[in-house]
Design a binder for this molecule. Structure first.
Ligand SMILES: [Zn+2]
Length: 372
């Protein structure tokens, strides 16, 4: 991309962009080459060609981690969202301390694969829970069984214990990070009002309104998985009854499909992919509550786009008619006319790539701090 185009895209002035690009080039994250001469120059302007800036994903990367129920996925990600290496490991001890130590050891292994001149500049971590923005404290992650876990500090301590103490760490909510990635690089590029819904054991959501992430007073906004959609419904792990996630999350799918309790997500996905009228009928109630929850989202937030991630990627196409019926029945006409439902363009990687973008933010804001 031409450096002049970066000026236009970011709204930053030419000298600020030139300075940032020079620092990123010194770091090795980008290269600059002389660009082709401009086709037409205004009269009287010599018009030096704008340099062409290219990312170097093989040289400088961040570590991204997606902490889920039962496993951790990690990747080394270059500037521009390219995954250079990845690894998923099952979790045997789900305590915050053990998860932090496991996460760092997976990260170390990924970084340890020898690549000459590689530099890792940050670690972004996604957690399926309510995360305090200012210090990465996980206030409540009901499906992990965590309450007030100082997870950013625990990860920082594990990094120090494993000899990687200088790596800056950021911890965010899975839905927020999925929204960030789809907004920057996925199906929601150019869409400034969107909701991302990650359906797994829990239902994580991220909201971007007017191009800005909706954080709320403490960074906890957008816990749409705990909207009440069914009065007197099942008890949720948060303590309430009839939350959206108890009606459409993995466990609801397991029950609806008649799978044994405790079945793996992969078993659910396998059945969803088989499809067929019998499965569609079994999923009727789940589809209804997916539509009811989406109607609440539409009425409350007036999004242009709702991105359905996680298990919803396989569920929604199967039951879209039933979802649409419930949605149209409960949503107001005006916001309903403006919304489109979509699947994530980044597939199952939306949250992981969002964690990477989150980790890049410090470096991109001030590359000089990483250069030391
Ligand atoms: Zn709940």
């Amino acid at each position: 991309m031409r450096r002049a185009d970066l000026t236009g895209l970011t709204g930053l002035n030419r000298s600020t962009i030139a300075g940032l690009v020079a620092e990123l080039a010194a770091l090795g994250a980008v290269t600059q080459e002389p660009g082709p001469p401009a086709r037409a120059n205004p009269p009287g302007k010599a018009g030096r060609p704008s340099p062409v800036v290219r990312t170097c994903p093989e040289t400088v990367q961040v570590l991204a981690a997606d902490v889920a129920v039962g496993h951790i996925s990690m990747a080394l990600v270059g500037l521009g969202g390219s995954v250079v290496a990845r690894c998923t490991a099952p979790v045997s001890d789900g305590s915050p301390e053990a998860m932090a130590a496991l996460l760092v050891s997976i990260g170390r292994e990924l970084m340890g694969r020898p690549e000459a001149g590689r530099k890792v500049v940050g670690l972004g971590v996604s957690v399926p829970g309510v995360v305090r923005g200012r210090d990465g404290n996980v206030r409540f992650a009901p499906n992990l069984g965590w309450e007030d876990a100082p997870f950013r500090d625990l990860v920082a301590q594990a990094l120090a214990a494993q000899g990687l103490g200088s790596l800056p760490v950021r911890v965010g909510n899975d839905g927020d990070l999925g929204a960030l990635a789809e907004h920057l690089r996925g199906v929601a590029r150019g869409v400034d009002d969107l909701v991302f819904v990650e359906g797994e054991v829990g239902v994580g959501c991220g909201v971007i309104i007017g191009g800005r992430a909706l954080g709320g007073a403490g960074g906890y906004a957008g816990e749409l998985g705990h909207m009440t959609v069914r009065r007197g419904g099942r008890r949720c792990r948060c303590g309430a009854r009839g939350c959206w996630e108890t009606e459409i999350g993995t466990e609801a799918l397991i029950r609806a499909l008649g799978l044994p309790d405790g079945s793996a997500e992969s078993d659910v996905v396998a059945l969803l992919r088989v499809g067929g009228p019998k499965r569609v009928a079994q999923l009727d109630t789940v589809a209804h509550f997916l539509g009811i929850g989406l109607a609440n989202v539409v009425n409350l937030l007036n999004p242009r786009l709702i991105v359905l991630g996680g298990l919803l990627r396989d569920l929604y196409p199967m039951v879209s008619a039933r979802v649409g019926e419930a949605l149209a029945g409960a949503a107001l006409a005006a916001p309903m006319e403006q919304v489109t439902l979509a699947l994530p363009e980044l597939g199952g990687d939306a949250v992981l790539l969002g964690a990477a973008e989150f980790a890049w933010q410090d470096t991109l804001a001030d590359p000089a701090t990483v250069l030391g």
